[in-house]
Design a protein around this ligand. Sequence first.
Ligand SMILES: Cc1cc2nc3c(=O)[nH]c(=O)nc-3n(C[C@H](O)[C@H](O)[C@H](O)COP(=O)(O)OP(=O)(O)OC[C@H]3O[C@@H](n4cnc5c(N)ncnc54)[C@H](O)[C@@H]3O)c2cc1C
Ligand code: SF4
Length: 553
Amino acid sequence: MVHSPVFKQNGNVTADVVVIGSGAVGAMIAHQLASAGHSVVILEAGRRFKRSEFVERWRNMPFYNRVHNDFQGLYPQSDLAPAPLYFPPNNYVGLNGPNGSAYQQGYLRTVGGTTWHWAASCWRHLPVDFRMHSTYGVGRDWPISYEDIEPYYCRAEEEMGVSGPHDVALQSPSERSRPYPRDMIPFGYADKRVAEIVNPHGFNLVPIPQGRSIAPYEERPACCGNNNCQPICPIGAMYSGIQHVEKAEVAGAVTLDQAVVYKFDTDERNRITAAYWYDAERKSHKIEARAFVAACNGIETPRLMLLAANERNPNGLANSSDQVGRNMMDHSGVHATFLANEPLWFGRGPAQSSCIVGARSGDFRSKYSANKMILNNISRVGPATEQALALGLVGQELDDEIRRRAARGVDLSISLEPLPDPNNRLTLSATRKDPLGLACPDIHYDVGDYVREGVQAVKDQVAQIAALLGGTEVKVTTDFNANNHIMGGCIMGENNKDSVVDGWCRTHDHFNLWLPGGAAMCSASVVNTTLSMVALGLRAADSIQKAFQNGEI
Ligand SMILES: Cc1cc2nc3c(=O)[nH]c(=O)nc-3n(C[C@H](O)[C@H](O)[C@H](O)COP(=O)(O)OP(=O)(O)OC[C@H]3O[C@@H](n4cnc5c(N)ncnc54)[C@H](O)[C@@H]3O)c2cc1C
Ligand code: SF4
């Protein structure tokens, strides 16, 4: 039987489960628990819009913003719950430290979360990524193994309708108990041609597993390959958290948007008894529940735990270890660009298509970072136009140069692996507050020597690849860029001496509070992380289910 949340006249609510955050992680947990018959309320800080409204805003976006990847700007934010903006910057997240600018993350505060404008690459960590310390003597081991999470990877792939290679030789990793739900999206011309040229020289180019398909999947239409995934898939062929918000609602969950959670009550056993949120009129409301889940992403989850400090938990919720906000990670990366000596025509098909993964692992990891190189498949027409205009060309010459550069332009988006470092830390700003008067996040970031030393290997590999493709104008960026894979702020471990949550993302300090998603991750690997985050979310949902069944909550 499906239970429904009970709403009182003053706007307060009671439910079995409250899920804070409606991104892919939170929405999928809400869907699992509502489908199991629990009454579920999703509290989401951001506003709710239709896809068509985002598409319309994208159509009206200036050329400059498009070419410079203004993925945030077309998603209107709630007046009370800002997301980071960069055109112009709103300084919502304060960055400092040796590589503060490398941590300039994009994320949305909108019903459905950040996967509205992701690229839908759905990677698994390698088995060895869970044993970094015992294998390579660096970083941390997870308290769970690849085998523990593998069934959840399968479920996550199923829920997100992932297309990946059935051919084992093209899988990374190949340790799988089930095939991908859909076979890989076929290589485009550029993927085929680059593979043909570089693979015989020891490089390993594989298809990117992705949350889209060439045939319809459930309610989703087939991907028609017109390359608009970032910042919005106009037709909804690409997986997004909004799909699980809607599924959760069909299963009985209730979503409240513009609901900014800011504090919790705890009882004498340090159990969470209620969460409080501000509505769009700044009125505070209370929700009482038996299980609480904060799936607010890797920055907002630790921020919320710190904001929620109370008398019993003066350093913040779940923070007896003093690890909340520490070990912040992202795939700090660089870009390599060059012009190939033949037309390759990147930019046909989805935004990400294939990737060079040979340097994903190996004994060198005891000394320096692994890397992966995405053959960025975003159309090169924008950058080619800027470059051709900068040459002062006009008329036919301008057209010809745009065509030459768009056809031959190669952009390798390269990710490196930071190690968890407690000094890479999110704290609450002493000076900057959001419109609700809640402290904004500050983040200190240093990519670390492990990453810095990994860059030399990247440069050597880029030089080889560019030479094989007859590259000219070869450039590798010198500043690290962010990759929006926010990890580490509520790290997982065996106990509350050095970690925040256990292997089920359940906090050590509060037996009815779960913090699933990126914040819990112990190693970054080099691959995009949302599939891992969602797999952790599904594990957390199972753990909540068990806690209900065992009468623990
Ligand atoms: C441009 C871009 C491209 C990307 N491409 C990829 C990719 O190809 N592959 C990949 O694996 N990853 C990619 N990512 C990362 C991916 O989008 C995130 O890992 C993923 O969205 C995280 O999901 P989540 O549910 O944890 O958080 P989010 O999707 O960020 O959702 C968290 C939600 O919590 C809400 N919230 C926060 N605080 C509160 C509060 N106090 N009260 C109530 N609600 C709150 C927020 O409003 C938000 O809606 C990309 C990211 C960006 C920006
Ligand atoms: S290529 Fe087009 S249809 Fe396919 S996911 Fe991207 S935007 Fe959507």
